[in-house]
Write a protein of this length. Structure first.
Length: 455
């Protein structure tokens, strides 16, 4: 039995349906990059779960009620109360989204020649480390690269790899150890509490600050409750508190488990680092009590943080992902298993084995899904995470996945059934799908602006 939505619908938004001919022309004009499409030209939009949440009546009410002030708005103090209550942090810096938090934090911590280990960096985290002259290093467990293997906590950091890396590079060249929860790059895979604790112990032993990339902290806490021994009877709030108790700080995009359409923050324990980040934040994001946003957005975040930790919401949320994955799995579509917290990841290399990684199979699949059915996913593979050598040749990423990220409280199961039927129809004619040649790509975070043409 599917978990019913723990809410009822109060407002609807009309969707626009283009013809296949119209969709193909629009995507061709945009260089086969779905990021460049207008949202009104998309039927079902699974590009991202970031900033696409349908907010609650309580959030909208709080947005109307709050005062708008350059300094000292009451909405800031509502966020402060929520951050202390949920995360156990008293010091934080508000920013307009997660990548701004990464930019400010790494500007203070990362220097040329430094290394930043993570279970797996997501795109903006990797981009911000590179931008500061550092080297992002992924030390996830080997099982994460086996997309078909069922592992409860496939997002875990490999503890032996971490120890070896610190021994090789020296702790003085490692300004911070990051752990992304859930591990988006690996398929939205959770990290166990035991793994968080062990990474903390290693960081403490070597006197290296330990930070969480906490965008989907509530979903990670739900998986700990469901899968990790000793946590079945523990509340989500208690699990979250323990997760964050091991960290010296965190970066956070409120556009995910903050249930807001904009916003983010850096949580910190160190007073001096907090002061430096606050001062830089004033230059980049504005005064600390608004952090680059209208005060009403902070009011939505304060409410959303509590809403994301309600177990009935998380059961519905994860249940939608499992529903879509189940329909695809039954039809034989190759997935990243088990399904993660916010999205279904389709293994494009197994879906399209005739397309080599150098021809971007996940991008080709993403393009075909939009052209045929109006569904927008996103490539997370060789375009997003691959490299190029000195001769301009493509060096493939370890995987080529198409992510179908499910916005929070937006689509019904009937929408997801349509998505499943669309993907299955493509799978049945997969031999007809051809690869793509990349014609343009910026050096950092190139997948947002890359352009392609059919091979």
């Amino acid at each position: 039995m599917n978990t019913p939505e723990p809410f009822k619908i109060k407002m609807v938004e009309r969707l626009n349906v283009l013809t296949k001919v119209e969709r193909k022309k629009k995507l061709t004009d945009k260089g086969y990059n779905v990021f460049k499409l207008r949202s009104r030209d998309v039927f079902i939009d699974l590009l991202t779960d970031s900033g696409t949440t349908a907010m609650s009546d309580e959030q909208w009410g709080a947005m109307f009620e709050t005062e708008q002030a350059y300094a000292g708005s009451n909405s800031y103090y509502k966020v402060k109360e929520a951050v202390s209550d949920i995360f156990g942090f008293d010091k934080f810096v508000m920013v307009h989204q997660g990548r701004a938090a990464e930019n400010i934090l790494f500007s203070q911590l990362v220097s040329e020649g430094d290394f930043v280990p993570n279970n797996m960096h997501f795109d903006t985290t990797k981009g911000n480390v590179l931008h500061k002259g550092g080297t992002p290093v992924d030390l996830v467990i080997d099982d994460a690269y086996n997309t078909g293997k069922e592992v409860d906590f496939k997002g875990n950091m490999d503890i032996d790899k971490l120890r070896k890396f610190i021994d090789e590079k020296g702790s003085e060249k490692i300004p911070v150890i990051m752990l992304t929860v859930t591990n988006n790059t690996a398929g939205g895979q959770p990290v166990s509490m035991e793994n968080i604790r062990k990474v903390k112990e290693i960081a403490k032993e070597h006197k290296i600050p330990f930070f969480l990339d906490a965008c989907r902290f509530a979903e990670n806490a739900y998986f700990i409750k469901k899968r990790e021994r000793g946590y079945m009877d523990t509340s989500i709030s208690e699990i979250v508190k323990e997760m964050f108790s091991y960290a010296e700080g965190f970066t956070f995009s409120a556009k995910k488990d903050g249930m807001s359409n904009i916003g983010g923050m850096i949580g910190l324990r160190d007073e001096k680092l907090h002061q430096r980040c606050t001062e830089l934040g004033i230059i980049i994001e504005g005064y600390p009590t608004y952090g680059g946003m209208a005060c009403r957005e902070l009011a939505a975040i304060a409410k959303g943080l509590y809403e994301s930790t309600r177990v009935e919401y998380l059961e519905y949320r994860i249940g939608q992902v499992e529903y879509l994955a189940g329909l695809l799995r039954e039809a034989g579509v190759p997935l990243v298993e088990p399904p993660g917290g916010h999205a279904v990841f389709i293994d494009a290399r197994r879906f399209l084995p005739h397309i080599p990684p150098e021809q971007f199979p996940a991008q080709a699949l993403t393009a075909e899904l939009y052209i045929d059915f109006g569904v927008r996913g996103v490539e997370l593979g060789t375009c997003a995470f691959g490299e190029t050598d000195e001769n301009g040749n493509v060096i493939p990423a370890p995987f080529d996945n198409m992510r179908l990220a499910i916005p929070r409280r937006v689509y019904t199961l009937n929408h997801l059934k349509y998505v499943a039927e669309s993907v299955i129809a493509l799978y049945e004619r997969r031999d007809d799908i051809s690869g793509l040649e990349r014609t343009y790509s910026p050096e950092i975070l190139g997948h947002f602006m890359s352009e392609f043409k059919p091979v």
